[in-house]
Design a protein around this ligand. Structure first.
Ligand code: BEZ
Length: 324
């Protein structure tokens, strides 16, 4: 083989090696089951990334807490053992208190309002704290449907929550909310909720219409308090270590694919929330529609407590006043 030819073969071989070294199968973890809209959004992201990288990058999705609960996934993200995750803001607020303000009762009344607030400056600014305080890069927010209460017993007024064991997602803003209502708040991951309702370990759960429907939580329920009392944001994150090893072009691809899939959740929920509600209306559960007046001055107690914890709450209320 001529010297020129040998150089050409070496060049092609080096290029192939280079391309191979950059190719990546990103591992993405979620706590929700495969049937949940967040898992479907993760799949859309994987398809987009594969297409836009000409097949070089793929995403393997691990739903249902297969890689552990959210705090375990967070540790894996910090070491780089996990590449990406769609995590509840609840988990973020356990590490960065300011995120707790996003759970202010009746900050947003519905998913469309949540969309506006989460894309505004204050909420976007919170993401900037994540690399330093949590070791992850926050690409953007997704959303679940608004929070409701599902109980195994009948409810007439707010006093009926007092003294009952209510399942909550394990994080402070919601724990405070139920404690202020007089409930015995019982932190529990999503995966345990159905059995806990079935065996009487709890008298009710803080959940949303998608969980009520897709996890069959209505099976052991009496009343669905359709309160829409909080929004429930999610954050799409990439491990800080993994991000540091990505080139600019790959960062752009990942950012664009993940942002588009997170954004799609807002439109999807605006479309399908009513449909899920109609399905639950077809079960034996009694649906009781209530607003902030149902909770009365209990809401002021929560507001006062969290204004003392973070200045972000006042900024978010100002955004809401201005934008909604
Ligand atoms: C929950 O803990 O209620 C929850 C977790 C993930 C997505 C939606 C809800």
């Amino acid at each position: 083989m001529s010297r020129r030819c040998r150089r050409w073969v070496a060049g092609v071989f080096a290029l192939a090696l280079c391309t191979g070294a950059d190719a990546k199968d990103f591992k993405l973890g979620l706590i929700v089951p495969g049937s949940h809209a967040w898992s479907q959004a993760a799949e859309r992201m994987g398809e987009a990334l594969e297409k836009r990288s000409d097949g070089e990058h793929t995403v393997s999705i691990f739903p249902s807490g297969q890689l552990g609960d959210e705090s375990q996934m967070m540790r894996q993200l910090q070491t780089g053992a996990l590449d990406m995750a769609f995590l509840t803001v609840a988990e973020m607020s356990n590490r960065v208190t300011d995120f707790g303000a996003l759970y202010a009762p009746y900050l947003a009344d519905n998913v469309a309002e949540a969309d506006t607030l989460l894309h505004a400056d204050t909420a976007q600014g919170l993401l900037e704290q994540l690399p330093r305080k949590a070791g992850v890069v926050g690409i953007g927010y997704g959303i679940a449907t608004m929070r409701l209460m599902l109980t195994t017993y009948g409810i007439d007024d707010v006093g009926d929550i007092d003294g009952h064991k209510m399942r909550i997602t394990p994080f402070d803003p919601i724990k405070d909310f139920y404690n202020i209502l007089g409930a015995a708040s019982t932190p529990m991951p999503l995966t345990d909720v159905y059995d806990a309702m079935a065996n009487g370990q709890v008298d009710g759960v803080d959940a949303d219409i998608e969980l009520v429907w897709k996890l069959n939580l209505y099976d052991h329920a009496d009343t669905l308090l359709y309160s829409n009392h909080m929004m429930f944001p999610m954050v799409g994150v990439v491990s800080g270590r993994v991000w540091a090893n990505l080139g600019e072009a790959d960062r752009k691809l990942v950012r664009e694919a993940m942002s588009a899939s997170l954004d799609s959740l807002f439109d999807q929920y605006v479309e399908v929330t009513e449909e899920m509600r109609r399905k639950v209306e077809g079960t034996d559960v009694e649906i009781m529609e209530v607003g902030p007046e149902f909770f009365g001055e209990k809401l002021d107690v929560w507001e006062q407590r969290w204004r003392e914890r973070t200045p972000v709450l006042e900024e978010l209320r100002a955004d809401a006043e201005r934008l909604l």
